[in-house]
Structures are given as structure tokens and as C-alpha cells.
Design a protein around this ligand. Sequence first.
Ligand code: EPU
Length: 362
Amino acid sequence: MAWQGMLMFFSGLGRLPFNCQAMLHTSEQDLTAFNTLGLRARAQTLVRFHSQEQLPAISTLAGDHSSVFVLGGGSNVVLAPQLDCLVIKVETRGVRLLEERPDAFIVEAQAGENWHAFVAHCVEKGWWGLENLALIPGTVGAAPVQNIGAYGVELDQRFDSLTAWDMHTQKLVNMRAQDCGFSYRNSVFKQSKPGRWLIVAVRFCLPRPWCPVLGYPDLQRYPGLAADKTSLNAKQVFDAVCDIRRQKLPDPAVLGNAGSFFKNPIVPLETRDRLLAIYPDLVSYPIEGSGRCKLAAGWMIDRAGWKGRRLGAMAVHDRQALVLVNKGGATAADVTALADAIKTDIKNKFDVTLEQEPVAVS
Ligand code: EPU
């Protein structure tokens, strides 16, 4: 089936009768285990979203709250100790092959699926193309929000379309890439008011024949990978990416963290050249035809001497300076204190402004 049109509206799902509220069970909830930074946090009202029939009732419930927050895997959030907003925890499941075309596999996953498990499943099934995005924490539904990317592949390069529930109009909407406004670590979902969109399912377009993406320096250096592309398969790339990530990035189950805490800042080429004159080993990535480039924030934070440094209950990871880790019992205030100290120092030393990647929720 072809998913056509800019926006396709599904009708007949307006406000549901009062008794549909019964489908929702709300509760107070400790969210410490539901955020990968492991911050102590409580939601006053949490609702678990596990089936599309709940959507109208969820919208009605949202209308009774001043703000709403959609929680996926909790891997890109800094949670305040007490959340007064309505928290919607996405727990829908399901993966299916929608189409097997000569030029692509179209695969759909429900938003609550674990991202890494989904990637592993695709690799096993022979639906290749997502392997560079292995081991990224979080859920499928959260992946388009920040347009996740790693090791030379960004989600928008493998994106077909998604279905989202618009909390304002109370309708399911089909969105193609052009509707999602993807850019580096950004999308319309990240820019919209939190809780406006509830992503329900995401469809991926995995091109055939498969062509491995091995350009990222860590993959080029990886033993045995780039040598013979003809006999390579996606499982080997998947395994290499997992291995590289495990060497550099802490496992949130062992050491609380939110992955990269800052975006790599995008600056004019003049800024890079000014810095290169002082720091010849500065790491940067040109953005073709834009007159701008991305600076490696991890390199700058490392160079400023932050690697391994601790402030209160938070610290900078000792193997990747872009990652802040919870040494035990940290709160949102501890995270902000360390993040602000780093931002101020980078501004003073490099005259570059860092932007935080995880979303602060209160
Ligand atoms: N670097 C240092 N010291 C550090 C960290 C990095 O010198 O402490 C240098 C590295 O040697 C390298 C450069 O900085 O030359 C870039 O480092 P790396 O390859 O580790 O990637 P990154 O730019 O720091 C980005 C993503 C990661 C993603 C990797 C690989 C962002 C904000 N982060 O990190 O994403 O895994 O590239 O593609 O774009 C995440 O989002 O949670 C995440 C880990």
C-alpha cells in the first residue's frame, strides 16, 4: 500500500463518550526507573498508552491538565523531582513488514517498541539499513523527535512516514518527511509545545540493494570492516557499532546518562577558521554548500579539561566528554549546575555557545 499525500486524516475518532475514560488508569508514579539519567522524579498523574482506542480519552484527560509530557524511553530528558504535568507513558508494541518492494523494505514499528531491539530485529530479518543506529537508548516513537543519528546515518535518511495523534484536533495524522521538518537533532515535534503530538507508529524505508555506510572514522578504523565490502553483511556493521558504542558510552543501566548532553554546535566557517588558528587539532565537520560546519562539542569540552570532572552528584564521563553521568542520587538541579558550568567555560574559552540536547521537564 502506498502512503500518499502530505497529510492524510483519519476521520471518525472525535471525542469519545464519557465511559471511554474508564479505559484509562491514571496513577501517581515514581519515574526514577523510567529516565536513563536515573534522576529521582515523581509524576503526579501518569497514564499508560498501550492501544489506539485510548487516544480520544487521553486527549480529554490532557484537557484537564495545564501541560502534558509524552515519555518514551526517558533517554533524552532531565526530569524535575515533582512533575505536575500529565505524563503519558508510551507502551504500544508491534513490528511488521508492510511492503517488500524491489527497491526497498517498508517496515512499521509501534512507538513504544524499544529502539535497539527493533534495530536488532530488522537486522535479523534481513531488513537492513538501520544497523549504524544500533544501541541508541530510547523508543521508536522518540527517534523522529530528535532525528536520532550516529555513525554516518540519520533517521531521516531511512524514514518513510509516521502516524501521530494530534492532541489539539483529536485526529490521527499521517506525516511524510517534509511534514516532519527534520534537521540535525531536530524536528517539528521537538519544536512544538510538549504534548501536542503523540507519535503512534513510525514507518521506515530501507533501500535495496543494501549498501553499508562505513564512512565514519570509527568504522573505517574498525578491524576487518572496510576491507572487503562485497562479503560484508549488516550484522557485522551492527556488531561493530555496538562494540564502538560500548567502548565510549556508558550503559545507562550501570551509570545513569542521557547520551550526548550537548548538540555539536553549527557555526559559520569563519568561526572554525578562527579556532583552527589557535587549536590546529580542533575537530569539525563541514556541512556541504551551507558555509557552515559542525564543531565536535566533545572535543571542546575535553580540551577545556572537563573529562572525568565531578560537580556534586554529576560528572563528565571519563571516555566521552559529551556525556554527563549520574554518580548516584543526582537531581535535575545537579544536572543543570554541571551543564551551566560547562556552557560558561566553553563560551569563555572558545566563544561558542553550547545547546543542551535533553529536554527539561517540570
Ligand atoms: N572527542 C574528543 N574527546 C571527547 C569526545 C570526543 O576529543 O571526549 C573527539 C573525538 O575524538 C572525535 C570527535 O570529538 O574526533 C567526535 O567524537 P565522536 O566521534 O565520539 O562523536 P560526537 O560528535 O562526540 C556524535 C553524536 C553521538 C553519536 C556519535 C557517532 C551528537 C550530539 N552526538 O557524537 O550521539 O553516537 O556522533 O556518530 O551529535 C547521542 O546522541 O547520545 C550520541 C551518543
